[in-house]
Design a protein around this ligand. Structure first.
Ligand code: ADP
Ligand SMILES: Nc1ncnc2c1ncn2[C@H]1C[C@H](O)[C@@H](COP(=O)(O)O)O1
Length: 207
């Protein structure tokens, strides 16, 4: 079983991924953020570093999907924090549309993505954490990563628009949308239970 948690920056993916992995006793796969060699530079100068960062994330996410595939062949459960789909359909697409990634870099990137995606299995469940801008901003501030302090509201807004478009057309597998605006699964165990019940119901027909 493979559950992938998707959603905008600060939506609460990592927090939920760790909690679900603990609950189901499954392995968790997190994003390569702390050792990412481009992320800080990217936030300082997006046009300069957009292509480098996208290639880095694409490769690290692809390697992750291959490790997940191997675990699944051994019937192990996996929770994944963000997917390779988001790199291309959300972040790279947004950088291109915003004029922050050139046409030739974007086409080059997309060709690479197309070569890789044929080797990627969709998750058994895609869990989309839908959050409005105030919730995202509040949680990004709460996390307080220095390089994220300058993220513009417009950047988050455009990413949210891309997420909504992508989710509308997502047909690769089962999809569960959870509005997290009024959920606090950090402090309220009942809020976590609401999500776990929805997952059990979607995946196993329980409840
Ligand atoms: N539903 C929630 N309610 C309250 N705080 C949350 C919630 N989800 C996440 N947080 C807090 O918001 C911050 C960002 O969450 P995080 O899981 O890192 O988001 P993401 O991985 O989606 O970027 C963390 O400090 C986390 O503890
Ligand atoms: N593909 C990506 N392009 C640009 N930025 C990305 C990409 N994937 C992740 N990120 C950024 C967004 C955040 O600053 C960090 C971690 O993501 P988070 O949603 O906070 O887990 O990396």
């Amino acid at each position: 079983m493979h559950i992938a948690i998707v959603g905008n920056i600060g939506a609460g993916k990592t927090t939920l991924a760790n909690k679900l992995a603990h609950h189901f006793n499954w392995e968790v796969f997190l994003e390569d953020v702390d050792h990412n060699p481009y992320l800080k530079d990217f936030y300082d100068d997006m046009p300069r570093w957009a292509f480098h960062l996208q290639v880095y994330f694409l490769n690290s996410r692809f390697q992750q999907t291959q490790r997940i595939k191997a675990l699944q062949q051994n019937n192990k459960g996996v929770i994944q924090d963000r997917t390779i789909y988001e790199d291309a359909h959300i972040f790279a697409a947004n950088l291109h549309q915003s004029g922050l990634m050139s046409e030739r870099d974007y086409q080059n990137y997309l060709n690479l993505f197309q070569s890789m995606i044929s080797m990627v299995n969709p998750p058994d469940l895609l869990l989309y954490l839908r959050a409005d801008l105030p919730k995202l901003v509040q949680q990004i501030e709460k996390r307080n990563r220095d390089y994220e302090n300058n993220i513009k509201i417009d950047y988050l807004k455009h990413l949210n628009e891309h997420y909504e478009e992508w989710i509308k057309g997502y047909t690769a597998g089962r999809l569960l949308i959870v509005d997290v605006n009024n959920l606090d699964y950090v402090n309220n165990p009942e809020d976590l239970s609401v999500i776990i019940d929805k997952i059990n119901s979607t995946l196993f027909g329980l409840f």
